[in-house]
Design a protein. Structure first.
Length: 472
């Protein structure tokens, strides 16, 4: 495979350079030249002089448009600078390494990129490169592996990569979601059962450990298993045997066990919900998958991977920037959902900011996870919360009064209670509401629209209350 490397140098020549960049790749001095090269061929790595301030986030997005996987590294003479959370560069390469050191670093970058491709993992982030290096080291071994990560981070992808790059790759790979099955059903699925082992078992059935013989079994959501099942899994891992349900004859299991969880198993152990000895057996090597919020660099390549079958679907740079700022609580699974929706709604159109905003709003009913402000000061927000609490409390008291009244004896019965003379001090509540409205009108200079906004109510509601309290 030919690696294509482009170096964008400082045209002013203000920085003394001891590195012969022509030995590393194609040297250009203009952004236009760089655009043309990227358009004509697939570029793996772009090295940019630290004095090139014209390479902005928007420019980087355009340069990565072919597949999102082109890496962009800054080249400088000092220490690695501190990058912000929305950084568009993938790393920093120091000239102080010298010619040989720079050559080696470039080869390391390309090697990490090749590993990700080998394991069918889409991304550029340091976190995923570290995962790929771990897979490379442990795939050929027989050790049990525990993959830890939130839902939607790609745990089964890692499990498959471990299997397909092991000596067991020609045998079966079997996956089971332990959290999706009831305990009795799960045991039968894993270990099989004998005829008559339980009601409805009219025939003998082999389990998934038998199906995976010689290969790999992937136990997803292992943290959801019950104690009895955990004991049986521990036996398989310790001595390689298990008992089908209803059988007293042990069976041998020649399988590699890979498990995954989205739970903190140390907490589950402390709560006596998960066996500590089983944890030690399944976590000989632990692979941790970070959530998408911690690897924003992977958003663009993942999107373009999901849209690979829709070449006419375009996206605005501003839309991608907004997607990069979203928290993605559902991780890659949620990102795929967005990509599929856009591919269905706009197969030949352009995804813009409005599309992104609509998707995020629908996902969370207004809680957008975007780092946007409400436009209110802390004091304004506090006043609004107090006002809403007052209204809510008043409504609850009224509902309670009505409920009590409806269950009281009719008027004239002995010991009857007169709710009208014992109702809560709603007058005090109204006084508080009146004071709050007066203060907000004073703070806004009589601007009723702004006062309504700060109070969190509609203008019509405010006008009604102004009439009620005879305020002007």
């Amino acid at each position: 495979m030919v690696n294509r490397i482009v170096i964008l140098t400082d045209p002013s020549g203000g920085q003394a350079d001891s590195i012969d960049w022509t030995q590393i790749g194609t040297v250009v001095t203009e952004i236009g030249e760089l655009y043309q090269l990227v358009k004509e061929q697939e570029v793996d790595l772009i090295l940019v002089d630290e004095n090139r301030h014209d390479l902005t986030n928007a420019v980087a997005i355009r340069l990565r448009r072919p597949n999102g996987l082109t890496e962009i590294w800054r080249v400088g003479s000092g220490e690695e600078p501190a990058f912000g959370p929305e950084r568009y560069v993938d790393g920093f390469l120091s000239r102080t390494l010298g010619q040989e050191g720079v050559d080696q670093k470039v080869q390391d970058i390309l090697s990490d990129k090749a590993l990700l491709e080998k394991f069918k993992m889409v991304g550029r982030s340091p976190a995923m490169k570290a995962v790929a290096r771990t897979i490379e080291r442990i795939a050929p071994t027989e050790v049990p592996v525990l993959i830890v990560g939130a839902s939607g981070t790609g745990k089964e992808l890692v499990a498959r990569a471990l299997h397909e790059n092991s000596a067991r790759r020609k045998s079966s790979y079997v996956a089971v979601n332990c959290g999706a099955l009831a305990e009795g059903v799960l045991e039968s699925e894993l270990f099989g059962h004998e005829r008559g082992a339980f009601t409805g078992s009219v025939a003998k059935r082999e389990g998934l450990f038998h199906t995976a013989e010689g290969g790999t079994i992937f136990l997803d959501e292992i943290g959801e298993t019950k104690p009895d099942t955990q004991v049986k899994l521990l036996r398989v891992l310790e001595d390689g045997t298990y008992y089908p349900v209803g059988s007293s004859v042990p069976r041998r299991a020649n399988v590699r066990v890979i498990a995954a969880t989205n739970r903190d198993l140390s907490e589950a152990i402390a709560d006596r919900q998960f066996r500590e000895d089983l944890y030690f057996r399944i976590s000989v090597v632990k692979v941790v998958l970070p959530p998408l919020i911690e690897r924003r660099q992977d958003i663009q390549p993942l999107l373009q991977f999901f849209w690979r079958d829709h070449p006419k679907l375009e996206y605005a740079d501003s839309a991608l920037e907004m997607l990069g700022k979203y928290d993605w609580p559902g991780n890659i699974r949620q990102l795929r959902n967005f990509a599929s929706r856009m591919a269905a709604l706009k197969p030949k159109g352009t995804v813009d900011v409005a599309d992104v905003e609509k998707f995020i709003t629908e996902q969370h009913a207004g809680a957008t996870h975007l780092p946007v402000t409400t436009g209110k000061t802390v004091e304004d927000a506090g006043q609004e919360l107090i006002y809403r609490a007052i209204l809510s409390l008043g409504n609850e008291i009224k509902m309670l009064r009505d409920l009590i009244t409806s269950h009281l004896p009719s008027e004239g019965a002995g010991g009857a209670f007169d709710a009208s003379t014992s109702e809560p001090r709603s007058g005090t509540m109204e006084e508080m509401e009146k004071v709050m409205i007066e203060k907000m009108l004073a703070d806004t200079g009589g601007n009723r629209k702004e006062a309504a906004r700060r109070l969190g109510i509609g203008e019509r509601t405010l006008y009604r209350k102004l009439g009620k309290y005879r305020l002007r």
